[in-house]
Design a protein around this ligand. Structure first.
Ligand code: ATP
Ligand code: MG
Length: 348
């Protein structure tokens, strides 16, 4: 049987490992690679998660596998500044072997909201409201794009919102999260945030998933980001009530609307994004000043700055080495010229 994912396969010759296992999640491990001199990540995924199985006359495509392929089709077409770019797939091992490993290649982002929250909390740094709101606004824009393309994320946790070195947010793990039931993920993932992003309807006997599923997760993410406290279900109502300690009353109202019990009572991603935009415009935040403070006062900010400088620094270092070689060549040339001169003078 022909390889169903061949059209997404990347050229193996262009791949070089930079650092293996930079992170681990519910689906496998993440490694840092370079592809065509661009830094990317490779997320290894066990194919047994996709339910592939052997048949006498070859490999039968399972429903999960078909869905995954459809997902890849969709992900490849998704180009949005607030969604992590999917680049292609690789897989290693025998296609008849259940131990076969599939990996997804995606663009690399230096940090995540989860990392940002935990590190700032450890360092006692209060993340400026302008930064939180700008990131939440980016997430809502990413959600609009997903929902317009009929994709429900289902795992919108703080670890799945990644950040560029300029603090732009991008939603990660779309598609992959749909391969498994999110309730299965609760037992599989190591990340403490994930179980709390599940809306009440996820616990029903026959859960029905709507776009409002992601809106609930967005609400929980906002509470976690604003308070820097994991919103455990027993305390959730109290934490929501105390939100005005962290943001304005109108922001609290937006967050409250996202975590309403009935999915139909929650706003659409378009309405949510519009409300957030109005809210951000109402307050005159000094985003630039806050960004400088974030970069200079937190280790996660420093890490982002370093990743921002990594490419120019490597370009500069190559240029410096070239200049050094040219200089060395001139010195040797001058020296030879001088020696030749001395020899001629001595012979005269
Ligand atoms: N595109 C990416 N660029 C850089 N780091 C990434 C990227 N995608 C994932 N990571 C990092 O790799 C680690 C593991 O990611 P993974 O998505 O497998 O698990 P997770 O997000 O921690 O949990 P979950 O299983 O709920 O998604 C995380 O620390 C994450 O920040
Ligand atoms: Mg993830």
């Amino acid at each position: 049987m022909s390889d169903p994912l061949s059209k997404y396969k990347v050229d193996e010759n262009n791949i070089r490992y930079i650092k293996k296992d930079i992170g681990k999640g519910a689906y496998g491990s993440v490694s840092l690679i370079s592809m065509n001199e661009t830094i990317c990540i490779e997320k290894s995924l066990h194919t047994f998660l996709l339910g592939i199985h052997d048949e006498e006359d070859g490999v039968e495509e399972s429903i999960q596998w078909k869905k995954f392929r459809q997902e890849c089709d969709l992900l490849c077409q998704m180009h949005h500044p607030n969604i992590v770019q999917f680049i292609g797939v690789r897989y290693k091992g025998d296609s008849h072997n259940s131990k076969q490993i599939l990996s997804l290649i995606m663009e690399y982002l230096p940090s995540s909201v989860e990392e940002c929250i935990t590190e700032c909390k450890d360092e006692g740094y209060k993340i400026p409201l302008s930064i939180i709101l700008s990131i939440l606004k980016d997430v809502s824009c990413g959600l609009i794009h997903l929902h317009l393309n009929k994709v429900i994320h289902r795992d919108l946790s703080a670890s799945n919102v990644l950040l560029t070195s300029g603090l732009q947010a991008k939603i990660a793990d779309l598609g992959v999260s749909k391969l498994l039931n999110p309730l299965e993920l609760v037992t599989m993932t190591q990340v403490p945030g994930t179980p709390y992003i599940l809306p009440p309807e996820a616990y029903e006997l026959n859960p029905s998933y709507t776009f409002q599923y992601d809106i609930y997760s967005f609400g929980v993410l906002s509470v976690y980001f604003l308070t820097q406290k994991l919103p455990y279900p027993p305390d959730f109502a109290n934490i929501i009530q105390s939100l005005t300690q962290y943001c304005s009353l109108s922001m609290k109202t937006i967050v409250e609307s996202c975590v309403r019990r009935r999915p139909t009572d929650r706003p659409s991603s378009i309405k949510l994004s519009t409300e957030l935009t109005h809210h951000i415009h109402k307050y005159k935040f000094n985003f630039c000043r806050d960004k400088i403070s974030f970069f200079s006062n937190t280790s996660v900010g420093m890490k982002m700055m370093v990743s921002l400088l990594a490419v120019p620094i490597s370009a500069i270092s190559i240029m410096c080495i070239c200049c050094l070689f040219v200089l060395l060549f001139f010195i040797v040339f001058l020296l030879l010229f001088f020696i030749a001169d001395v020899i001629t003078i001595l012979h005269m």
